[in-house]
Write a protein that binds this ligand. Sequence first.
Ligand code: T3D
Length: 264
Amino acid sequence: MAFNDILFSVEAGVARLTLNRPDKLNSFTGAMHSEVRTALDRIQGDTSIRVLVLSGAGRGFCAGQDLADPQMAALDGRMPDIGNVVENHYKPLILRLQNLRVPTIAAVNGTAAGAGCSIALACDLAVASDKASFLQAFSRIGLVPDTGGTWFLPQRVGMARAMGLALLADKLPAAKAAEWGLIWECVPDAEFIARIDALAAQLASMPTKALVRTRQAMHAAPTHTLEQQLSMEGGFMRELGWSHDYAEGVRAFMEKRAPHFTGE
Ligand code: T3D
């Protein structure tokens, strides 16, 4: 597959999708959205892939929407309708990440701003270099946090901090983001690549279906009653109880050896 605005590779069960417009801090154009969709299609259709690592090339992770991309907001003689951009590009992207058949890691190598921050938060684990920062850039340009920003932020850090981040649009350094619970981990930059590789290898060797059902249950919980949640867990346990990986996990436990999970 030939791409211009992203890099995509698959090796040892790990798909790596790198946003690749480093000169523009990997901000999203229409073309980049289209390439990301193609890569996600590939992941959905290839059962050898067991984890996705999403990252950015150069010094940034992603600066959100490319504010200079004329394609994104068709002028059509009127004011641009950027609601359409959100509805047609960012909303489906977040929903696809949340419904992907493999666990996802945001490897936040540098600044994650605007929709770029929300995209990192939409991944199952967000791990950042200590050089990275998180920025709700929206209020600086007269917009509201989108791409799930208003959903992720209060859930992760509570309303007071979410509101401060969104209204004031100050950069939140990665170390503080980890301290506040916005992300899973902040790693010294010199150790960042090795940490991401180790995490990716770990997730790629785990029971994929169980990880994805765990994500689904966690995300359903805030809108479920306890009874609904217990029922959802029961349904997932029933399904996973019939899986190869559950049989292998129990067998390995009984035989006092490490399990070999295949994602089936
Ligand atoms: O259509 C819609 O708008 C709807 C969708 C909205 C979703 C959104 O994401 S809205 C929010 C969009 N993003 C932003 O507002 C962030 C804009 N960028 C910045 O505020 C700063 O670049 C950063 C704080 C992220 C980083 O600052 P700094 O000083 O480290 O880098 P820089 O010099 O500002 O940027 C480096 C280059 O990237 C520069 O290009 P140049 O001048 O060297 O040719 C800059 O213009 C470019 N760049 C950075 N962000 C964007 C961008 N170009 C286009 N769009 C960007 N978002």
